[in-house]
Design a protein around this ligand. Structure first.
Ligand code: CP
Length: 314
């Protein structure tokens, strides 16, 4: 690895260069190899404290950040909204400053407000990692999805990626499109016009409202759920109608390339955006994404901490 990582924080993929994204992916490859060993732990973050501050629900991201910190030998603690003094009216800034006073070196934050991670990063000496902020970005999800595509297909450049669903509310879609386009993939966003406005085309991707016309060319299909928690108004007439028009089912799947890979960041709504038999089928890499998330989050924790101490890498 030759490119140095200079950042204290990981806040968005929009602001990363292609080389910085490649640096995370190549570091994650090293960690994935370590995770395959009998002893899956390295001392890289010994003495560093990582705090997971999750003000929104999470299964995958929170557990994988916790495990990543443990595998790097950091001290790790997690705090959620319901068990913190945020419920008693403490501000996010005061909460984070108190965590820093307890010598947190890295704060991983998930928050329902876009910009929450940037807000903290500007006010703290600690490293801040964005674990999802509102509809803005979910950078480690974008990185693990890109890692999974590279691992499965051997490249990202030139790969045709279809992202289907509730794009307007999706931080996953935004982080994916930044990482993938920076590495040369061809990204197409598909869904109803209420969830996939044509303005997304200004970000260097194609926009389509015709799923059946887009399936044949895709090397990768990434399906997103309808984000009811972020719907400010009803944008689809009904879930049943959405599933009929934009759900990937076995009939539609016949139009896809034989080797297409099916992705989903989770949580899955089976029978809505993807049929159960496809989610669990041979083309699905949904659980590989989760496994790869651990290596990618180890890489991110390691890099924002200075990136010294694994296998001679620096
Ligand atoms: N993909 C994802 O962010 O899942 P969680 O909400 O469970 O963390």
């Amino acid at each position: 690895m030759t490119t140095a990582w200079q950042r204290k924080d990981l806040l968005s993929l929009r602001e990363l260069s292609a080389d910085e994204i490649r640096k995370v992916l190549s570091t994650a490859t090293v960690f994935k190899e370590i995770l395959g060993r009998p002893i899956k732990k390295v001392p890289s973050l010994q003495g560093r404290t990582v705090v997971n501050l999750f003000i929104e629900p999470s299964t995958r991201t929170r557990i994988s950040f916790e495990l990543a910190a443990i595998r790097l030998s950091a001290d790790v603690v997690s705090l959620d909204k319901d068990s913190s003094s945020i419920r008693k009216g403490e501000t996010l800034q005061d909460t984070a400053k108190n965590l820093e006073a307890l010598q947190a070196g890295t704060i991983v934050i998930r928050h329902r407000s876009a910009g929450a991670a940037h807000f903290l990063a500007q006010r703290l000496k600690a490293s801040v990692i964005n674990a999802g902020d509102g509809s803005h970005e979910h950078p480690t999800q974008g990185l693990l999805d890109t890692f999974t595509i590279q691992e499965r297909l051997g490249r990202v450049e030139g790969v045709k990626v279809l992202i289907i669903g509730d794009i307007i509310h999706s931080r996953v879609a935004r982080s994916n499109l930044w990482a993938l386009t920076k590495l040369g993939a061809k990204v197409k966003l598909v869904g109803p016009s209420t969830l996939v406005p044509k303005e997304f085309a200004e970000l260097g991707v194609e926009v389509s409202h015709d799923l059946d016309g887009a399936l044949e060319e895709a090397d990768v299909i990434n399906l997103l759920r309808i984000q009811h928690e972020r719907q400010v108004q009803a944008r689809v007439p009904s879930i049943g109608e959405y599933a009929t028009l934009f759900g990937l089912n076995s009939e539609r799947f016949k139009r896809c390339k034989k080797g297409v890979i099916l992705m989903h960041p989770g949580p899955i709504h089976r029978g809505v955006e993807i049929a159960s038999e496809l989610a669990d089928g041979a083309n699905s890499v949904i659980l590989d994404q989760v496994t790869n998330g651990l290596a990618v989050r180890m890489a991110v924790l390691y890099l924002v901490s200075g990136g010294k101490g694994i296998g001679g890498e620096s």
